[in-house]
Ligand binder design. Sequence first.
Ligand code: OAD
Ligand code: ZN
Length: 287
Amino acid sequence: MWCWKKKSPLISEKSLPSVAEYILSEQCTKIVTMAGAGISTAAGIPDFRSPSSGLYAQLAALRLPYPEAVFDFDYFTQNPVPFFRICKEMYPKLKVKPTLTHYFIKLLDDKGLLLRHYTQNIDGLERKAGLCEDKLIQAHGTYETGHCLKCNKGYSLKWMETYVMSDTIPMCIACGALVKPDIILFGEGIPQRVVSKCRSDFRSCDLLLILGSSLTVEPIASFAGLVKKKCPRVLINRTPVQKRGFRFQNSDSRDIAWYGNSDEGCSTLALYLGWEKDLVKLMGNKK
Ligand code: OAD
Ligand code: ZN
């Protein structure tokens, strides 16, 4: 007779001690981390969608047709001024130190558990925390370099910064066309190389750790749906996220949510993992 036996989730309880126990078990050897703007707010970089403090809430003065237009490729080519105004505000903020969360991700790597870190952030703080090129996917690109939209000549942040900080639109010295920082704007699409790497990473990981993201922007948000059916998905975020396919409330699901600041969530997790000293040392080394 066919007997349907309910399989229990790999993490026994929806709590950080249980998550830590799973991370230390033999079943968990490959972790994918996925981050959004929430992991950098403690460093003074605003996120996008938090009411009042988020970037989109602060854009009224720029008279955009809608807040996200500032990161829209077509809008940028017609009117790059609002985008470069944001860059002018962001450039000084890029000099800040990474947060505890960035170092926690690096610590997962040092412990040999990090398969890959996917970030939607363009602030480069993961790299500053010491994460190497091979472990880091900056899915929405970076402020650190730029290219001419016509002849593709490359430019450094330093070169672009000189123009942007003096309210001048950077134009290519070779052909005179518009230079765009290598941020992936809405309408540009994520590079195919990122999408295919993502497919294989997410399908093979043993744990997905989502940190500081509202999970509203595609295709990144839906990558979380690619993991194996039993693969635990742990969200550490200040506020609940409304993403179809997640069942955080369901007691027997593999989805676990911890609500609060990511630095607090990650330091608590480090404590349960017995890695508190390692984390402090890692952060100290980078000061
Ligand atoms: P959002 O601003 O949409 O979401 C940030 C999330 O982080 C929110 O749910 C906050 O509650 C949470 N948060 C804020 N501070 C936190 C903290 N200290 N600890 C934990 N959680 C915190 O940012 P993203 O999800 O990153 O795209 O947005 C994705 C994309 O939307 C961005 O990459 C950007 C934007 O349009 C482009 O620029 C192309
Ligand atoms: Zn050019």
